[in-house]
Design a protein around this ligand. Sequence first.
Ligand code: SF4
Ligand code: SF4
Length: 537
Amino acid sequence: MNRRKRPSQNAVTHSGKVETQTRTKKGTERNHEKQKQGKRDRQSPEVPSHRGGAVALHPDASAGQAQQVSAPAQVAAPSRGRYLNSGTGPSLHPVDIGHRDYIALVDPDTAFWSLVLKKKLADVIGDARFLAAYRSKSRAFAEEMQTLRFGLKPNAVYINPTTGCNLNCKYCYIPSEMRRNGEHISLENMISALDKLQSYYRATLPENSRPQVVFHGAEPLLNKEVVFKAIERYGDQFRFGIQTNSTLLDEDAIKFLTARNVSIGLSLDGHTPRIADRTRVDWNGRGAFDAVVQAMDRLRGYPGLSVICTVTDKNLPYLSEMAGFLHRHEVSTCLLNVVRCTLPAARTIKPGDAKAARAFTRALDVTYENYLRTGRKLVVANFANILIGILAPTARRLMCDISPCGGGRCFFAMAPNGDLFPCSEFIGLPDFAGGNIFRDAIEDVLQSKAFLAVTGRKVEDIEPCRRCAIRHFCGSPCPAEAHEANGAMNRTGSFCEFYEEQARYAFRVIADGRQDAYLWDGWDKGTAETFRWSAAQ
Ligand code: SF4
Ligand code: SF4
């Protein structure tokens, strides 16, 4: 089952005919139909009750995949489920999305939602047709969430080919002593690791799958020879990507990578050297701005390019300018990620939660205004992922905003010595090494105590997330941050309002029929793709 049709059929409502949305050549038109008061249906059939369930992607990755749905748990003495918000009846929470006309009704367990006119809210919740619409979809949505949350298998790996870096960025997730004394992986070990990964994926993924390998921090191009030989040798087996600080990304490297369709992520934190170089500097304090902009311009028009901007209190006031800057440089995909506060140094530059939410949503406004003006999109991928998570959960590309997150489930990370971690965010936290690729079976590593601590972190076990109606659009990231900054896995991370406001903004975008402006062209095609993988497991 996929929800590919959800946007067009139900983008504004799942509530029958309270309001419908139709598409014309001129764009999306709203067709307000008069709400008719339905008869209260006290004899309606039981709604299958289902709670629990669980899956994932990474802040700078793509893809998703999966397995099986377990049967809904049986309730010993269930009510007949006839009434809204009592017994085993539909659980639909009104959520203020900050829209003039609309309010959202959300089933937090299944991520079923409907936007209804505020003035019709009382009519809608007493409308038998609305409850019938919910009933007709809730089981399928519950099963879909179950698969997404608990039924996926890894199809990507983040490989750190070195712990060394020529920069000393303030918020890096790798401790500075590790970066200073960089340890490279050898070519022999890289080949051995990729051979082992290849065998694992062959045994677990459908035939002809090409799992993703992303060369990640510290700075992978410090070990360029090994990385490029790996790409050359395994280009048919894996889809490769690289996340780089750009300082070593010269013309030849760009030619090599683009000729092989390698995805390239650059890191840039501001639209001027003064802003960008507040956080991204070398060991002598020299900034990386010029090198990144040069690489960005050399890569102009390359479809595999994305730019990651880490949002801190150093660049927060300039986020809108950053969105404009990236748009002018014809970047089509970026991430505006709030800084992960896993390590203490990152916490010293954490922006305020509410301020971050305001600056971020203003930057989203700017991307929309620029799109209207030029017809060119700048997709803010971390927001797009939340929007897609509402419209068509199976089309998600990143896996921080679903619970459990993708770490250790949809992907894992490998350090240069072969140690395996649930996510790059845990590299630098030795307790979270679940095993070693040269010594242990990957299947065993996935079941290790360290991995299970991450894959077992469920939003239902976290306060206040367990009561939050948008918990399956937010996912309560991030386990590494929660554990390190707040002392335990079953605590929240460092931001709540930031995620809350993104979900509210996303619902407003949907209410106004503007979603396509914030999403990649053809975004809904991924829905079927993702679920073919799921169904094949
Ligand atoms: S972090 Fe905040 S918005 Fe996210 S699920 Fe928890 S309470 Fe809800
Ligand atoms: S561990 Fe954190 S950064 Fe990694 S996928 Fe999970 S939420 Fe995202």
